[in-house]
Design a protein around this ligand. Structure first.
Ligand code: ADP
Length: 490
């Protein structure tokens, strides 16, 4: 682990309370919970631990803002202007917000600074531009009637987000919700509440009316479950684990809430022998190790055609040997710690299972150091479809390489999972690329690239990787209800 002169200074933590109805208030219970820096395991702040009472209050003010506040009658274009202003304020604070993200999540500062926060700004601007372009249709019906549709905000939305891209998940959720005119009760992940709270402060500065955005930090089974249960919430947007989504779906049945889920994956990344191998190796490496492997779309099943298998393994191993793992505040660092002890232990357990089930560990395989939750970039070869590491989501820097012979077998093997979030194919044969793209059951398919995201490009899962889509125009759908109005003309 290296420390050099390029180490950045740490940010100040300024917001730690619940943000409800435009006020910064302690949790009703008075409880606080610690949030820590995963590289050092030190507690960096105590944050208000919201629960059902705080959610009740947040829903009450969000409902009031939706139905009676200035937001209720605000011009759509003005909603867009508020979103643009929020994006500008975030852009001005890019480095500080990035540092807060690194402090709370442990991701390398250079990723947070050049990736996460600029993507936040881009997403908010994309949806700001949509605010005044959400419109219905006029519909020719039989008889002497005039029929048109209105697209109205779905209402008060509960948004529950994970810890892997804390600020970006706020933007993915607030952007479409606010553009559509909804009001929001958000619960950030208990591991990473800080950037969300900072963004709420910036939203307040931007001029969003009180009650439009509310943030209740806290734990899933308490604050999160209270949001899911609350009859005053119309829709839940959730990103996290499949098992949590199953709980939410069961609970939400009582009030028939609208649901969108973005869940996990075991994404196939398929490299054919005719691919540009250097590009493919870099793409496969990025596709798995980026963000410490903590990406729902991680290309964790790397299928390599047998002719180029050994060469690709060599290239990947070489990249792992030189990868800079360490202090995420060092701008040279490429890989920071995992989010917490539980995730690190889970990853190390999967590595053990890989070894026990007969895969060969080419690089890594263990923890780095004894302080902080660092895991070596780990590469397994000789992985087969039945092994646990080829089936279950690891959410860490562990790449499994599987061999394949030809195109006929690969689609079936790629699809042999209950997940369907993303996939990629590397080939110079354009016909083959499109054939695979059409047959693979995944919400996103990358051809000769990986992890290319854009606010305009819909993202979400087939099968058990999710429901509905985020980003793009598709991402607005879940935040509006269509109302049909029919007028007798006679
Ligand atoms: P992860 O493994 O990424 O932490 P989770 O699904 O556990 O995935 O967490 C994602 C988000 O869901 C977090 O904000 C967490 O607090 C919240 N959460 C966890 N359990 C529940 C629950 N029972 N009801 C509502 N939200 C929950």
């Amino acid at each position: 682990m290296s420390t050099t002169a390029s180490v950045e200074t740490r940010p100040e933590v300024r917001q730690t309370q619940c943000f409800i109805g435009g006020k910064w208030i302690p949790a009703a219970s008075g409880k606080m919970f610690p949030t820590m820096h995963p590289a050092t395991e030190e507690v960096v702040a105590q944050v208000a631990e919201g629960d059902a009472d705080d959610v009740d209050l947040a829903v009450e003010v969000a409902r009031e803002a939706l139905e009676h506040g200035p937001w209720a009658t605000m011009d759509a274009r003005e909603r867009g202007e508020l979103l643009f202003r929020l994006a500008d304020l975030i852009e001005q604070e890019n480095d500080e917000l990035a540092a807060l993200e690194t402090l709370d999540n442990g991701k390398p500062i250079r990723d947070a600074r050049t990736g996460d926060i600029p993507l936040v700004v881009d997403c908010l601007r994309y949806y700001a531009g949509f605010a005044d372009k959400i419109h219905g249709q006029t519909i020719p019906v039989r008889g002497n009637y005039f029929t048109y549709t209105r697209r109205e905000p779905v209402g008060v939305v509960g948004q529950i987000i994970p810890w892997n891209f804390p600020a970006l998940m706020v933007a993915w959720k607030w952007g479409p919700a606010l553009a559509a005119g909804c009001t929001v009760v958000m619960k950030p992940a208990e591991q990473t509440p800080l950037s969300c709270l900072r963004m709420a402060r910036l939203a307040q500065k931007a001029g969003f009316p009180d009650g439009v955005i509310n943030v209740v930090p806290g734990y899933g089974p308490t604050a999160g479950a209270a949001i899911v249960r609350h009859p005053g919430i119309d829709k839940i947007a959730f990103t996290g684990e499949m098992s949590t989504a199953q709980l939410i779906m069961r609970e939400a049945a009582t009030t028939l809430k609208r649901l969108t889920f973005e869940l996990g994956g075991k994404s196939p990344n398929v490299v054919f022998a005719d691919a540009d191998l250097e590009q493919a190796a870099h793409g496969a490496h990025l596709g798995l190790y980026f963000n410490q492997g903590q990406c729902c779309c991680a290309g964790s099943r790397l299928f390599v055609q047998e002719e180029v298998h050994d060469e690709l393994i060599e290239r990947l191993a070489a990249m792992n040997h030189t990868r800079k793992v360490g202090n995420p505040f060092d701008i040279e660092t490429e890989q920071g710690p995992q989010i917490d002890q539980a995730q690190m232990d889970k990853i190390l357990h999967y590595i053990d299972l890989g070894l026990q089930e007969g895969a060969s560990c080419v690089t890594g395989g263990g923890r780095v150091g004894e302080q902080g939750y660092f895991v070596e970039p780990t590469l397994f070869s000789g992985v087969t479809d039945e092994m646990t590491i080829a089936k279950e989501e690891i959410f860490g820097p562990v790449l499994s390489v599987l061999k394949f012979k030809d195109e006929r077998e690969i689609v079936e093997r790629a699809n042999a999972t209950h997940f369907g979030l993303a996939a990629a194919v590397w080939t110079r044969d354009i016909g083959k690329a499109h054939r695979i793209a059409a047959k693979v059951r995944a919400g996103t398919v990358w051809v000769n690239c990986y992890d290319i995201f854009d606010a305009a490009a819909p993202f979400g899962g087939f099968k058990m990787s999710g429901m509905g889509r985020e980003l793009g125009e598709a991402g607005l759908q879940a935040y509006t209800e269509t109302k049909t109005v029919t007028v007798a003309l006679a």
